[in-house]
Design a binder for this molecule. Structure first.
Ligand SMILES: Nc1nc2c(ncn2[C@@H]2O[C@H](COP(=O)(O)OP(=O)(O)OP(=O)(O)O)[C@@H](O)[C@H]2O)c(=O)[nH]1
Ligand SMILES: [Mg+2]
Length: 395
């Protein structure tokens, strides 16, 4: 699973990315600082089931702190996108190909309205951030359209003459784009285009591109720079759509760095922090942290972690599953308790988990055991959030 960070230049995408991953990324107050994509690992929080077992866990692919399991998810930060990128403006939309693997997108918007469409600094509040939301949607739809459009005549004829299912043919065209055949079928139904695809116009294909985009690359809006934005601008953004969260990537990054340097105790997503040391901390750091603390007291959280979690748990509807080898001790073969936590699609089956652990397990699946209830479950049994599962496979 991968979440991509998108937006026009100079809005704070790399700051947001660094805050989530603490991976190095160049950050600067001018457009096109990022050219090559940055890849890193972020984490989403869930309650760790080790408390049910009554023994501390030994996470391998994740982290557990105070009963909270941090489950990994890949994060991608790409170059800024400007209007008409699909016609080659700015850096063009070649780098959009970096987003092929993304299952969801976080669209970082400068909610303070202090950058124009190209990411150049302008007077604060002089740019309406709502316009950024519509142009970015359009650019991504055009990108999908441009992939669909190449050789579509042939696809349309094949569907008409050979009777091959259109969703299957389109799915083949969009290979690697993390689009499912079911999503394409839904998009086809929603657009209500002529049943004969040889009659479709370019506008029809674009309409289909838009539907496929909203289904396969759902987008959450980070109303960023909320620390300097005028509240009415944030309000307007919030009213423009359901998935908008005010964020301060800059503050979140400062808090995570201060935590890493052991200056403060802070759990990502928390509504506050405590200063742990008074010796190492400089006056400058102290006053910066005080400023952030004050801001948090009226805004609750920086919003960065919430954005990722809303994308993962609400928009993508993922659940967390813990595979184990020993169903009574909840351990792997080396005795590690609850070593791995995987994000999986809600509705997934025991066999899906087996495939995720190892292709051989999927292919040679015999049965599975629900380690919480000790019941044997079959290949098609639907897993539930927080399940601890042992897979039994032929060896
Ligand atoms: N006040 C404030 N400034 C921010 C915030 N997030 C980022 N910035 C600043 O915005 C500027 C751009 O940040 P970047 O993270 O480089 O932006 P980007 O979107 O990755 O830019 P490109 O790679 O050029 O597209 C930097 O000066 C950041 O310090 C925020 O939440 N609040
Ligand atoms: Mg950047």
């Amino acid at each position: 699973m991968q979440v991509g960070i998108v937006g026009k230049p100079n809005v704070g995408k790399s700051t947001f990315f660094s805050a989530l991953t603490l991976a190095p990324a160049q950050i600067a107050a001018y457009p096109f600082t990022t050219i090559d994509a940055n890849k890193g690992v972020g984490y989403v929080r869930v309650k760790c089931p080790h408390e049910i077992l009554g023994a501390p866990c030994n996470p391998r692919n994740s982290v557990c702190e105070n009963g909270i399991r941090f489950v990994p998810i890949e994060i991608l930060d790409v170059a800024g996108l400007v209007p008409d990128a699909h016609k080659g403006r700015g850096l063009g939309n070649k780098f959009l190909d970096d987003l092929r693997q993304a299952h969801a997108l976080i669209h970082v918007v400068d909610a303070s309205g202090s950058t124009d469409f190209e990411g150049n600094p302008v007077a604060e509040g002089s740019h309406d951030p709502r316009e950024d939301v519509s142009f970015l949607n359009k650019e991504i739809s055009y990108w999908i359209y441009s992939i669909l459009e190449k050789g579509f005549d042939k696809v349309a004829r094949q569907a008409k003459v050979a009777g091959t299912k259109l969703e299957k043919l389109i799915h083949e065209r969009l290979t690697g784009l993390m689009v499912t055949e079911a999503q394409i079928l839904t998009a086809l139904k929603k657009t209500e285009l002529d049943p004969d695809p040889t009659k479709w116009s370019n506008e029809d294909l674009l309409k289909l591109g838009e539907e496929i985009q909203s289904l396969s690359k759902p987008m959450i809006i980070s109303a960023n720079k909320a620390d300097i934005a005028q509240p009415p601008l944030i309000e307007k953004l919030m009213q423009s759509g359901e998935w908008v969260i005010p964020t301060s990537a800059e503050y979140e990054l400062a808090l995570r760095r201060a935590t890493k340097s052991s200056l403060i105790d802070y759990i990502p997503g928390d509504d506050g922090f405590t200063i742990t040391t008074s010796e190492k901390i400089s006056e400058k750091q102290k006053s910066a942290l005080n400023k952030i603390g004050l801001w948090l007291s009226s805004n609750r959280t920086t919003g960065v972690q919430n954005c990722l979690e809303k994308a993962v748990f609400e928009m993508l509807d993922l659940i967390v599953i813990y595979p184990v080898e020993d169903e009574t001790k909840w351990t792997d073969k080396d005795g590690n308790i609850l070593p791995d936590a995987y994000l999986m699609q809600r509705g997934c089956s025991a066999r899906d988990l087996a495939y995720k652990v190892h292709t051989d397990f999927g292919e040679n699946f015999i049965r599975a055991v629900d380690a919480k209830t000790h019941r044997t479950i079959g290949a098609s049994h639907e897993l539930q959030d927080g399940d601890v599962i042992k897979i039994v496979a032929r060896t």
